[in-house]
Design a protein around this ligand. Structure first.
Ligand code: GDP
Length: 440
């Protein structure tokens, strides 16, 4: 995410690192590079210029007695300004209606249907809501099918009516259906076109007027940069929407849309999409995003993602198993699956301060666990609970069965063994034994 921009800002800010003080000359030099980095990231010229002007004013107006080095000070000023530009504080969505109605708008291919599913899944799991998805695209039967596929995957009901050709009527019927069936959130997925056209705008405006949603969200593909900003402006002029959803940030190396959209339409970015999976949704926090852009990582989001996947009941069971020395490969497999649910590896690495930059040129295989999983799957249930029963000939068979080598099987068994010992030690004696061991 935003690799190019991060890289260029890092280089720009580096200029000041060797300087003992802030001067007009070195500030101008640094900010010229910052501005270039922003423009290369597809931030519009005026936004970039205003940005650097504000940073310059603040930098030169700083009290000389500040304890920060010029380099650090500039990073801080740029971070604060980036945060401000992206919207300051995070803004939630209004779920006060009964049911609360959320209308999705945006161009075809922006990720509207995918995001409708992600949002339904998020509200269901995080906010214990009972959402209903409504398919309002009357032009493409495939779009209705797609929403049903998404709904099935996340176990959220989908309302559709293939015989009805009036989207306003479908939206209204969908809301009535929600009321009758105890759904407290209704997410309405509407038809998009490939480009902004009048018929689409008139239609979405009519739906909007008829149902008066609590939230009207505009979904846009962040990879389209300035086009995303222009489309947002066109939709906002007609709909006066409440918030922006930026999708496909996982593939966006530049970040121009994320940085400039708020300053152009004056509406907050509320959520971001970071992958095709239903779990790849994050609340948008301007300050955390600024940290990520400046390579400072985003540990808070990382921890939150981990917590989302963390099931207390499961954890307790696991703890008991470890204590009783019953932790086996099946449990290990479950752990791997939980980690995988947190998102793709590169994205997760980007949240660790400094790691994103270090790992940027390394191709992290998202299937890093593929071999491990294959090996475990090739073991018998008995072997998974008691790996010590795996002899040389079985190792050969497992290697063959999983398309790996005996060495890889051996390596996994060794690692598993060490891990089991470590976990047991952490459990008993509260890590004391571990400390003793480490001090040896
Ligand atoms: P719609 O026409 O606006 O409903 O768009 P879709 O929901 O069908 O999405 C279009 C394509 O973008 C699909 O292939 C999705 O899987 C993909 N997509 C949607 N959101 C994301 C995202 O956050 N990241 C990535 N990488 N792909 C996405």
């Amino acid at each position: 995410m935003f690799d190019n921009l991060s890289d260029k800002l890092d280089k720009a800010l580096h200029v000041l690192k060797g300087h003992g003080s802030i001067t007009e000359v070195n500030v101008a030099e640094t900010l010229k590079e910052v501005r270039r980095a922003l423009i290369d990231a597809d931030v519009n010229f005026k936004t970039a210029k205003d940005f650097t002007n504000r940073v310059k004013e603040k930098a030169l107006g700083q009290n000389v007695l500040t304890s920060l080095q010029p380099g650090q000070l500039m990073v801080k000023l740029v971070k604060d300004e980036l945060t401000e530009l992206m919207g300051g504080d995070a803004t939630g969505i209004d779920l006060s209606g009964s049911p609360s109605v959320i209308l999705m708008s945006g161009l075809q291919g922006s990720g509207k249907t995918t995001f409708s599913g992600k949002l339904a899944n998020y509200l269901k799991t995080k906010k214990t809501k009972k959402p209903l998805l409504v398919a309002c695209d009357v032009y493409r039967p495939a779009a209705i099918d797609q929403l049903h596929v998404v709904g099935d995957a996340i176990k959220v009901e989908v309302y559709s009516d293939r015989d009805e050709k009036n989207p306003v009527k479908i939206a209204q019927d969908g809301i009535a259906f929600a009321k009758a069936n105890g759904h407290n959130v209704v997410i309405i997925d509407t038809a998009g076109r490939l480009a902004v056209d009048e018929a689409m705008m008139t239609e979405i405006k009519e739906v909007h007027k008829a149902i008066q949603p609590q939230e009207t969200l505009f979904v846009v593909d962040s990879m389209t940069g300035q086009d995303a900003v222009n489309t947002a402006k066109a939709f906002n002029d007609i709909l006066n929407f409440d918030g922006v959803i930026l999708t496909k940030l996982d593939g966006d190396t530049r970040g121009g849309a994320a940085i400039s959209i708020k300053s152009v339409v004056d509406k907050p970015i509320k959520f971001i999409g970071t992958g095709e999976k239903m779990e790849a949704i994050d609340v948008f926090y301007p300050s955390r995003m600024a940290d990520r852009i400046l390579g400072m990582g985003d540990v808070v989001s990382l921890v939150e993602r981990a917590q989302e996947q963390f099931d207390e009941e499961e954890a307790r069971k696991l703890q008991k198993k470890i204590a009783k020395d019953q932790f086996g490969f099946d449990d290990f497999l479950k752990q791997i699956q939980q980690v995988k649910k947190m998102g793709n590896m590169k994205d997760l690495m980007g949240m660790i301060p400094g790691a994103g930059k270090m790992m940027k040129d390394i191709d992290i295989d998202d299937d890093a666990f593929k071999h491990i999983e294959a090996i475990i799957h090739s073991m018998t249930p008995g072997e998974r609970t008691d790996p010590s029963s795996i002899n040389a000939s079985r190792k050969k068979r497992i290697g063959k069965g999983s398309g790996t080598s005996v060495q890889q099987v051996n390596q996994l068994l060794k690692q598993f063994n060490q891990m089991s010992k470590m976990m047991k030690m952490m459990q008993g004696g509260g890590g004391r034994k571990m400390m003793q061991m480490m001090n040896r």
